[in-house]
Design a protein around this ligand. Structure first.
Ligand code: AR6
Length: 184
């Protein structure tokens, strides 16, 4: 575990569904109806209520699916957290189709929703770096800078945890970002 920015940003490795935080971000797909990776793990751990709420969001707010970069909120079912923030990261196509901007929006809109909802402790997975193929080091810088800028301007969330699936991924994130230039 590492911890910086006056303790407001932390990294850990492990299964994000086990974290005791107020809200967990899901790296979903536009259908909001589940999938593999983090998405599959969250729906398995949280149970069917999450899927029911996602179906309702699709029916009433996003009949064509949640666009990449946007975020929506559901409760967390049987998971220890109160809420899930579902966002959709970009699929990596070589970096020429606005993937960086869409990834930043996915983080930004999730953070905005967390602030509006009054969430104090929020956990993110490394959005788009699994099945969607986004290069991990580029994603690390985008995630880090978007989160830091939000924490500088907002009191909520009070604490953000970046959850990596392996210690190797956590270390690779820490080596990709310049922690020294930032303080919150
Ligand atoms: N806890 C923490 N991190 C995890 C976990 C977990 N339980 N499981 C995987 N990771 P991915 P994406 C890491 O593929 O790239 C789904 O099918 C993983 O090692 O979950 O945004 C959706 O429905 C990787 O670093 O999300 C979409 O179709 C990171 O989480 C698609 O995958 C993200 O990997 C989204 O792809």
């Amino acid at each position: 575990m590492d911890n910086f920015c006056s303790g407001r940003l932390k990294t850990v490795f492990g299964d994000i569904t086990c974290l005791e935080v107020d809200a967990v971000v899901n790296a979903a797909n536009s259908s909001l109806l589940g999938g593999g990776g983090v998405d599959g793990a969250i729906h398995r751990a949280g149970g069917p209520n999450i899927l029911a709420e996602c179906r309702d969001i699709r029916a009433h707010r996003y009949p064509d699916g949640l666009p990449p970069g946007k975020a929506v909120l559901t409760t967390a079912g049987d998971m220890p957290s109160d809420y899930i923030i579902h966002t959709v990261g970009p699929i990596w196509h070589g970096g020429k189709t606005n993937e960086r901007e869409v990834l930043a929006s996915a983080y930004q809109n999730s953070l905005n929703l967390a602030s509006e909802t009054g969430i104090k402790k929020l956990a993110f997975p490394a959005i788009s770096t699994g099945i969607y193929g986004f290069p991990k080091k580029i994603a690390a810088t985008i995630a880090y800078e978007t989160i830091i800028e939000h924490l500088k301007k907002n009191s909520l969330p009070r604490e953000v945890t970046l959850v990596f699936f392996s210690e190797h991924d956590e270390q690779s994130f820490l080596s990709a970002v310049d922690k020294s230039r930032l303080s919150v």
